[in-house]
Design a protein around this ligand. Structure first.
Ligand code: MSP
Length: 656
């Protein structure tokens, strides 16, 4: 049965002590995938992310910058908001804990717990590190040194306010035992259970004297103190419902949250602090707290001091938004740690996106353009090969994908999608539509094959939309379907045949151009949202700059005769991966040209195209075949694109 309950998904709110990194992007992308998926399934979704702006870390960062903490937060907040736009994050609200509305909710909760005697004042003695400005417990401190900065710690006594967290230990334990999906994955659940079963849960200090930390929300019952940053931050999940989005707050029908996504390091604060706070406030607990793993970078811990912090903006510029989103969720099972490297990204993008999905789309569109005048054909009767592909595609859409996504198994969901991409490409290889196009008697069969390819792509666009939304939209636009994915397209079971024969395709440039293997080279900037069905991912990489070639005079240049030529036929040169033999028309004459473009182009896709050639090059033999000219193409060792002209011109027209 379809789940129609409201779906409330949150990310942690990120500290504004520094600019966003891959860890922030990871959780936010994962949350976005789930939000997009459930919207497609017809659930009402509220997706919240935001910033944690109080506390020591932010106070220290602003002091270091020599500016007021609020000014510091206001300067950094747009960095997160802009990144989320660039990453195509569809959050419904963005909370900042310095919002006055949030502050008043925190104060209301504090007052309530204080009135109910669940908050009390006591003195606290512990090991204090002046440098880190924090207390450590007896077991943290080794040889009198701070476990963090290794400086000597001192014993300090301080009066603070405490939340009676300890009294909820058994209630929390029972809840975790009774709700297997409350803490996920299972291994993390066992960790929390183990901790609660073997140790005594103490009370939680929820205040900081202003003399030590002034950047926080003042306690409503004692103006000498501010709230401990976690008591303030966790409340965001509730306070947001009261006032965001500002034009029409969503309200409490979204509570309890369906999923709090967090990193493994902040599981305890969520599973223990937040849960007991909610119990004290008599509020229901969230359905699921899911703790994901951490990324290392090229096998090392990511840190500022190592200088290996991955900047998501840089990855977007180098690889494109969708490729980055895809990689993060495809590479590592959600919940486990993973290693990030640009070379792994290049491999994934090239094999799965460029050669897999991108190739399937480009073959389909080229063939429809060339053999059907650009119109989606009416299919004939399906044979066993079509039926197999149809069934697997529908099973993916209606069963496999929902099963994996609903379990937050993003990598398995994508694996299943790419299994169908592979099957579809194999189907094309087997049915060889380019050969069918040559036989008049196979016209109906060709239509069936092309329709099957296009309809498979339409179905695939629905499956990839949550993870790579821009590419899904681009596929639809190129297939001629004006689909914006605004409606709940996956609300009902998907049937085969949704694509209407007769609609005209709009072939754009390739979905995912291959990336050269040197990803460190020149980045290309991507426009935030492509308005046309064009490339979704930019390509990159120029080889290291060669020494500048010697200058030539205009007379030298005029010696080269460039002309347009129309490709009449094309075939691969036997035993060569690279060479294609072209017969081209220059209007008044025909030429044979052998070109090294076979890695980039299928011969069939070239027929009918207008290209540019060097017409007065001395003939030469390549693998024993005479070449009477040379085609012009962009790229270096690897061809990236053949040159053509924007307007229709006659073959043989001079190019200058
Ligand atoms: N402000 C708190 C959260 C409060 S939620 C009520 C906080 N902020 S944070 O900015 O320090 O961290 C945010 C998230 O980034 C955490 O979920 C953390 O796990 C995640 N990551 C930080 N480094 C990471 C990696 N190297 N890899 C993956 N995620 C990582 O904690």
């Amino acid at each position: 049965m379809t789940n129609t309950a409201p779906f409330y998904i949150t990310t942690p709110i990120y500290y504004v002590n520094d600019v966003p990194h891959i860890g922030h992007a990871y959780t936010t992308i994962a949350a976005d995938v789930l939000a997009r998926y459930w919207r497609l399934r017809g659930r009402e979704v509220f997706f919240l992310t935001g910033l944690d702006e109080h506390g020591q870390k932010v106070q220290q960062a602003s002091a270091k910058a020599g500016i007021d903490p609020q000014v510091h937060c206001d300067r950094l907040a747009p960095q997160f908001q802009t990144l989320w736009q660039r990453l195509n994050i569809s959050n419904d609200a963005f909370i900042r804990t310095t919002d006055p509305e949030h502050k008043s909710v925190v104060q209301r909760y504090l007052q309530r717990l204080y009135d109910e005697k669940l908050i009390y004042k006591d003195s606290y003695t512990g090991w204090y590190c002046t440098f880190d400005e924090r207390f450590w417990t007896e077991k943290d401190v080794e040889a009198g040194l701070c476990p963090d900065c290794k400086r000597p710690v001192e014993q300090l006594s301080e009066h603070n306010y405490f939340f009676k967290m300890g009294q909820y230990q058994n209630q929390l334990l029972d809840h975790i035992k009774q709700s297997p999906s409350f803490i996920r994955p299972e291994s993390r659940r066992n960790e929390v259970l183990g901790f609660l079963q073997t140790q005594t849960l103490g009370d939680l200090s929820i205040s900081r004297p202003k003399s030590r930390l002034s950047w926080g929300i003042e306690l409503p019952f004692d103006h000498e103190y501010v709230t401990y940053v976690w008591f303030d931050a966790l409340v965001n999940y509730m306070s947001a419902l009261e006032y965001l989005p500002r034009e029409k707050p969503v309200g409490n029908r979204f509570w309890p949250a369906t999923i709090h996504l967090v990193g493994k390091d902040i599981l305890t604060t969520h599973a223990v602090y937040w849960s007991t706070m909610l119990m004290a406030l008599n509020l229901p607990l969230p359905e699921t707290i899911f703790a994901h793993g951490w990324w290392t970078v090229d096998g090392e811990k990511m840190s500022k001091s190592r200088g290996n912090v991955v900047d998501p903006n840089e990855m977007i510029e180098k690889f494109g938004t969708d490729a980055f989103r895809y990689f993060l969720l495809r590479e590592v099972p959600f919940g486990q740690d993973g290693d990030f490297s640009q070379s792994a990204m290049v491999t994934r993008v090239n094999s799965d996106l460029a050669n897999g999905l991108g190739n399937l789309l480009s073959r389909t569109l080229t063939l429809i353009e060339r053999t059907q005048g650009g119109a989606i054909p009416t299919p004939g009767t399906s044979g066993p090969a079509e039926q197999e592909l149809q069934q697997t595609t529908l099973q993916l859409l209606n069963e496999t994908l929902p099963r994996h996504l609903e379990q937050l198994e993003f990598n398995r969901a994508l694996e299943a999608v790419w299994h169908v991409v592979q099957l579809a490409n194999q189907y094309v290889d087997k049915t060889a539509p380019w050969s069918l196009a040559k036989k008049e008697t196979a016209a109906d069969q060709l239509k069936t094959v092309l329709y099957t390819m296009a309809e498979t792509l339409r179905c695939l666009s629905l499956t990839i939309y949550p993870v790579i939304p821009k590419s899904a939209q681009s596929i639809c636009l190129q297939l001629g379907i004006p689909e914006q994915f605004i409606n709940p397209l996956l609300k009902n079971k998907i049937e085969w045949g949704g694509l209407k024969p007769g609609i005209m395709i709009h072939k754009g440039s390739s979905l995912f151009p291959r990336i050269e293997s040197n990803p460190g080279a020149k980045p290309v900037t991507e426009s935030p949202v492509p308005s046309q069905p064009t490339a979704v991912t930019p390509t990159l990489t120029a080889p290291p700059t060669p020494p500048a070639p010697p200058q030539i005079t205009i007379d030298d240049f005029m010696k080269i005769q460039l002309k347009t030529a129309k490709v009449l036929s094309a075939e691969r040169v036997p035993k060569s991966e690279k060479l294609i033999k072209l017969q081209v028309s220059l209007g008044t004459e025909q030429r044979q040209i052998v070109a090294g473009i076979g890695k980039k182009y299928e011969p069939d896709s070239l027929v009918g195209k207008t290209i540019v050639i060097v017409a007065n090059l001395k003939p030469a033999k390549l693998m024993g075949i005479e070449s009477q000219g040379m085609v012009l193409a962009a790229g270096d060792a690897d061809v990236r694109g053949l040159l053509t002209v924007l307007e229709e011109v006659d073959p043989g027209t001079k190019v200058k």
